[in-house]
Design a protein around this ligand. Structure first.
Ligand SMILES: NC(=O)c1ccc[n+]([C@@H]2O[C@H](COP(=O)([O-])OP(=O)(O)OC[C@H]3O[C@@H](n4cnc5c(N)ncnc54)[C@H](O)[C@@H]3O)[C@@H](O)[C@H]2O)c1
Length: 437
């Protein structure tokens, strides 16, 4: 099939590359000329394990080509399916900002007008229930002059990939959710996933249900994280090691061990904004989502739990190991490290940082702090070390590395990276959920 991908960020580029690798003809379209230039050189503009080889291979074979939006539309290249993969950030009140969705829907409406053949628009961006039918559809109809469900198809195909394992998640997903306004467009989308494993459930729904599935899933995962963080905070104050508690309860198959890692809270481009958007959607429909509000509140203050443990930081040199919101990504959106840096900057503190991939992104936000190329250089001459992301090179540090580099090492581990018993033989070691002693 011929596929156009609108928006070549984490979701769009991975979607494009994976379909191209299955033999489809993919056009990756973006408004950012730098991204398109890199894509056409076979170089991914984002870091994602395995993406570089797959992109290079499919650009070379001619299965994937990057286009600036205006160039793609002016050439009137016909395709069978368009995927909307543009950002859906939060407004100040937590509702979803639909400005990117609206622009791309208008572009697509004009594009569909010029097409002779039937075309399907599939939304992969995460949007609140009712958005595809209530916002995307009327814009497409207005600018195409055609009728949805008759002249063109419309689907909601939410994406469940995780940054850091995006390609694996896309190919070996646990489900493929296809919400559609009509059978025909849903069938076409299902056909596109034909080469995916047969035992992956294909879930066919209406548009609204497909939109809700994505929100409900992210809200549940965020709830699990805030729950274990709350338990860890209580354990900490009761001098109980939360690690043992999390391990034991995770053995119950009704609970499961995944997403029971307590720490500095969730970040990234999805959980924070999606929980806020579901809260906003609930309110719009007259429901007070007490649980989701608490999930968000716990997460807001979780990153600062570790700052409390540091005591007086005034005038000290602080090292921060890890900036990305999780390992194996360069994404810093809503990263807990940002909250920590903002708080530290209120004090007279020298901030040194290390992250294997996220430094360039963080420099745009905080040009005035120190960025180093190795964990040891970061630790050098610092008084307090905060561990914020569990990268491999950070996990591999030994007590001697802290002892030989820091002044009098105080380590505050926000990710339970090290063994507290071992560390406490050599250094002052604190962290969420270890007990106050
Ligand atoms: N990142 C994830 O892990 C993830 C997972 C599942 C779902 N999602 C959802 O997918 C959507 C995209 O997320 P992302 O992380 O890939 O975003 P991103 O910010 O990484 O990328 C979005 C891209 O869209 C481009 N863009 C903006 N307006 C455009 C336009 N008019 N035409 C063409 N391109 C345009 C931007 O330049 C950017 O390259 C969001 O709704 C997000 O919630 C993200």
């Amino acid at each position: 099939m011929r596929i156009s991908i609108l928006g070549c960020g984490h979701v769009g580029l991975v979607t494009g590359v994976c379909f191209a690798d299955r033999g489809h003809k993919v056009y990756c379209i973006d408004i950012d000329p730098k991204k398109i230039e890199m894509i056409n050189r076979g170089k991914p503009p984002i870091f994602e394990p395995g993406l570089d080889e797959l992109l290079e291979k499919n650009v070379k074979s001619g299965n994937l080509t990057g286009f600036l939006s205006k160039d793609f539309y002016s050439r009137r290249i016909p395709t069978d399916i368009s995927f909307i993969c543009v950002p859906t950030p939060s407004n100040k009140d937590g509702s979803t900002n639909l400005k990117f969705i609206k622009v791309v829907s208008k572009d697509l409406g004009v594009y569909i007008k010029s097409l002779k053949e039937h075309h399907v628009v599939a939304v992969k961006s995460t949007v609140a229930p009712g958005t595809v039918a209530g916002v995307v559809l009327p814009i497409l109809e207005k600018y195409s002059g055609k009728k949805a469900g008759k002249d063109f198809g419309l689907c909601m195909n939410p994406e469940f990939l995780r940054e850091g394992s995006a390609i694996e998640d896309f190919i070996n997903t646990d489900k493929i959710v296809i919400g559609s306004i009509d059978e025909r467009s849903g069938d076409l989308l299902e056909k596109l996933y034909e080469s995916w494993k047969k035992d992956i459930p294909r879930i066919r729904t209406d548009l609204r249900t497909a939109e809700m599935i994505k929100y409900a899933q992210n809200a549940f995962l965020a709830t699990k994280i805030s729950f274990i963080n709350e338990i860890a905070n209580i354990c900490h104050r009761c001098s109980i090691d939360a690690k043992n508690v999390a391990h034991a309860i995770g053995l119950d198959p009704r609970i499961g061990s995944k997403f029971l890692n307590f720490g500095v809270g969730y970040g990234g481009s999805c959980f924070p904004k999606d929980v806020k958007a579901l809260i906003s959607t609930s309110k719009k429909h007259g429901y007070n989502p007490v649980l989701l509000k608490s999930v968000e509140k716990i997460n807001q203050k979780q990153a600062l739990e570790i700052l409390k443990m540091a005591g007086d930081v005034e005038g000290k040199t602080v090292s921060i190991l890890g900036l990305a919101f999780k390992p194996d990504t360069d994404d810093i959106r809503e990263a807990p490290s940002i909250k920590l840096i903002n708080e530290l900057k209120k004090h007279n503190v020298v901030i040194k940082t290390f992250d294997p991939k996220a430094t360039e992104n963080m420099k745009k936000l905080f040009p005035d702090i120190i960025y180093t190329d190795s964990p040891l250089e970061c630790l050098k001459n610092s008084d307090i070390c905060f561990v914020m992301t569990e990268w491999k090179e950070i996990r591999e540090l030994k007590p001697k590395d802290f002892l030989s580099s820091m002044n009098t090492p105080v380590i505050i581990d926000g990710r339970r990276v090290y063994d507290p018993e071992e560390m406490r033989k050599y250094v002052v070691y604190k962290g969420i959920g270890y007990g106050l002693t």
